[in-house]
Design a protein around this ligand. Structure first.
Ligand SMILES: CC(C)(COP(=O)(O)OP(=O)(O)OC[C@H]1O[C@@H](n2cnc3c(N)ncnc32)[C@H](O)[C@@H]1OP(=O)(O)O)[C@@H](O)C(=O)NCCC(=O)NCCS
Length: 220
């Protein structure tokens, strides 16, 4: 599938789009990805234009992922500030994918962009791709990422101890999931078993996310 279609929404006074980008536009990510403060909790290290082009070529031809650039439109200028994706799409008995995202322009951190972008992505994954489940993993200490995911409906499933050395110490990794709250997907996932109390609370958060997206995300 490679790239996802344009989704537009407002975050404060910013217009944000999740939209495709070109091979040359990956240049926008490099300055950020060469900073330790940006890659500290990522699975990748510093990047160059060559590695970004190689990544783009992989993304463009990957039928099992949907990728978007995160764009902001500010003062009439459209600027690429990061990316977001659903990878490893599987359509066996359970339809699912793994999500990841990075805002490489640090001046846009803490403004609610990831929280809103996750909500739009979750909506797309459940209502346009028909997935049952989204997974994600966050190194402990990455508070912005953990908060944004939880807010859009993700819930902790298990912790992998001592996954990475980052920011001066060994860190555990939180493995999260977000379940499609629609009755058809929910009942297939739980398959006669009782959902946990945490899963039920997360279902309500996900329903709120989807309601927000239906009201606020324009699929162009
Ligand atoms: C993680 C990341 C995507 C978060 O994006 P963001 O747009 O800054 O997130 P939001 O603004 O939606 O913030 C979510 C919440 O976390 C809080 N938060 C953000 N950064 C924080 C930090 N460093 N410490 C504490 N809280 C933080 C925000 O205040 C917000 O909570 P609030 O609405 O109650 O105030 C962004 O920081 C990033 O791209 N980091 C580098 C790459 C990365 O780590 N990607 C994720 C890998 S799992």
């Amino acid at each position: 599938m490679a790239f996802g279609p344009i989704m537009q929404f407002e975050v404060g006074n910013l217009t944000v789009q999740l939209a495709p980008f070109t091979r040359d536009e990956t240049q926008a990510f490099i300055a950020g990805l060469q900073r330790e403060s940006v890659t500290r909790f990522l699975e990748i290290g510093p990047q160059t234009i060559e590695s970004e082009h190689a990544w783009f070529d992989k993304v463009q031809s990957d039928p099992s992922s949907v990728t978007w650039g995160i764009w902001v439109i500010e003062d009439g200028e459209r600027k690429l500030i990061g990316n977001s994706a659903i990878h490893h799409l599987e359509r066996a008995h359970i339809h699912q994918g793994t999500t990841g995202s990075a805002i490489t322009e640090q001046q846009y951190w803490g403004r609610g962009i990831a929280s809103a972008a996750h909500k739009a992505r979750t909506w797309y994954g459940f209502e346009k791709l028909g997935l049952h489940r989204l997974r994600s993993a966050v190194i402990q200490g990455n508070i912005g990422s953990r908060t944004a995911l939880e807010r859009s409906g993700y819930e902790l499933v298990y912790v992998e101890r001592n996954h990475r050395f980052a920011g001066g110490k060994l860190r555990h990794m939180d493995n999260l999931e977000c379940l499609n709250p629609a009755e058809w997907a929910w009942s297939q996932w739980w398959n006669g078993e009782r959902p946990t109390a945490a899963a039920k609370r997360a279902r309500v958060r996900t329903q709120v996310t989807l309601d927000w997206a239906r009201a606020n995300v324009t699929l162009l």
